[in-house]
Ligand binder design. Structure first.
Ligand code: ADP
Ligand code: MG
Length: 256
């Protein structure tokens, strides 16, 4: 049963959560051109949860994702990933932390054309100077259903399979959280469904914490909860979302 509430997710002490934001604000520009892209956002996500972020265009979804993932620095407030306060790290330390502990899945898969599936998946380990744990590699390739495609190059597999490579690549480092920005935007609905099911299982079976920005109520329905942003503020949350309940709610928001 879907339940909508305007109460923010319960706060926990930082090490208990995979991701925690406390009073996070982000402003761009200054004077009359100043824009508040995120406005006092506070939330905590438990490990192994799958959260969808929704909101109209310009509501702050990308800014949220960038601040939460350490790609960008908030103007105020703190961001914790696991037991590290990433908002307190300097640019270089944040880059290293991100490389080692954060997974990304984007609409454009950003795979290396010259590398095989296996080489693409293990690239983050190579960049981090870490040895490949063969057991982890097999586990991740199995989880995304690409064990038999490991020697193929991106051009030799389908778009859905390429996105599964990107998910495996995001999972290989056992990140604190995986951030996905419209991960099914470039896929047909059947393939998109399989990717969403995979993200769902990534959270449930592998215990990864997954945060996904999406416009699509059908996609959001795969998550444990949906967080709604409006004007940079967290304006509501829906637990156990169904596509119908999400669609019903988003029609009430401005700009949809
Ligand atoms: P969404 O992803 O929900 O469409 P964004 O996070 O991209 O929203 O943007 C939130 C607000 O911040 C918008 O008003 C946008 O114009 C503004 N914004 C985002 N990035 C920048 C930037 N680099 N410089 C100035 N304004 C920005
Ligand atoms: Mg955006």
């Amino acid at each position: 049963m879907s339940s909508f509430t305007s109460t923010p997710p319960i706060m926990q002490s930082p090490p208990m959560s995979a991701l925690q934001l406390s009073d996070v604000s982000k402003t761009y520009g200054s004077g009359r051109s100043r824009v508040t892209a995120l406005d006092n956002v506070t939330l905590a996500l438990v490990r192994g949860s799958f959260t969808a972020i929704m909101g109209s265009s310009g509501s702050g979804k990308s800014t949220f994702l960038h601040c939460a993932a350490g790609l960008d620095q908030p103007t105020r407030g703190s961001v914790w990933l696991g037991d590290t306060e990433i908002s307190a790290l300097n640019h270089k330390a944040r880059t290293v932390f991100r490389r080692d502990h954060v997974g990304f899945v984007f609409q454009a898969y950003n795979l290396m054309a010259a590398l095989t599936v296996e080489q693409n998946v293990t690239l983050p380990l190579l960049l981090a100077g870490r040895a490949t744990d063969r057991g982890r590699l097999e586990h991740v390739l199995d989880a995304v259903g690409l064990a038999d495609k490991r020697d193929h190059r991106p051009a030799e597999i389908s778009g859905g399979q390429q996105q599964r490579v990107a998910i495996a690549r995001a999972l290989i480092t056992e990140p604190h959280a995986v951030f996905a920005d419209e991960p099914t935007g470039a896929l047909d609905s059947h393939t998109g469904y399989k990717i969403l099911d995979l993200l769902r299982r990534t959270a449930t079976d592998l215990g990864q914490t997954v945060v996904m920005v999406t416009h699509d109520p059908l996609a959001a329905a795969h998550a444990d909860q949906v967080l709604f942003l409006e004007g940079g503020r967290l304006v509501g949350r829906m637990d156990s979302p169904t596509a119908a309940a999400v669609a019903e709610h988003t029609t009430h928001l401005r700009g949809w």
